[in-house]
Design a protein around this ligand. Structure first.
Ligand SMILES: [Zn+2]
Ligand SMILES: [Zn+2]
Length: 131
């Protein structure tokens, strides 16, 4: 799949048997529908927190973005996650998945108290690819 931000072929990473698409150029992460919840399943508290977050998505004030869903190539909707500080992510209008700019996924993980393994995993990936 192509990165919604820079149109580069993304790398497929595997974490807990879940495929994560990662852009090595901009550091963004694409998660298919439901994968955010799956990522956090080993940690029940985190999974519940995230389900709550997903149910509470607010439409962002940002004008419709230029990011296109890598699955259907339709322009995605900017949405806000109600955590502090607010994190703005892009969501496919057909629910193919979510796009996280660099650092946004970790921000969500740490806000939901589910940073743990996933955050360590992403950190190692980001460090490896950041040169
Ligand atoms: Zn990119
Ligand atoms: Zn889509």
């Amino acid at each position: 799949m192509l990165c919604p931000a820079c149109d580069t072929e993304m790398l497929i990473l595997e974490f807990n048997r879940i495929e994560i698409d990662f852009c090595h150029l901009c550091g963004g992460v694409w998660l298919d529908e439901g994968e955010l919840e799956m990522l956090l399943q080993p940690d029940n508290t985190g999974a519940m927190a995230v389900s709550g977050l997903m149910a509470d998505l607010k439409k962002s004030d940002r004008p419709a973005g230029k990011r296109k869903c890598p699955v259907c190539r339709k322009t995605m909707n900017p949405v806000e996650l109600s955590i502090e500080p607010v994190v703005e992510i892009d969501k496919c209008i057909y629910n193919h998945g979510l796009w996280f700019d660099k650092g946004e996924l970790e921000q969500i993980m740490s806000s939901t108290g589910a940073a743990g393994k996933m955050s360590a995993f992403l950190n190692s990936v980001f460090k490896k690819k950041s040169n």
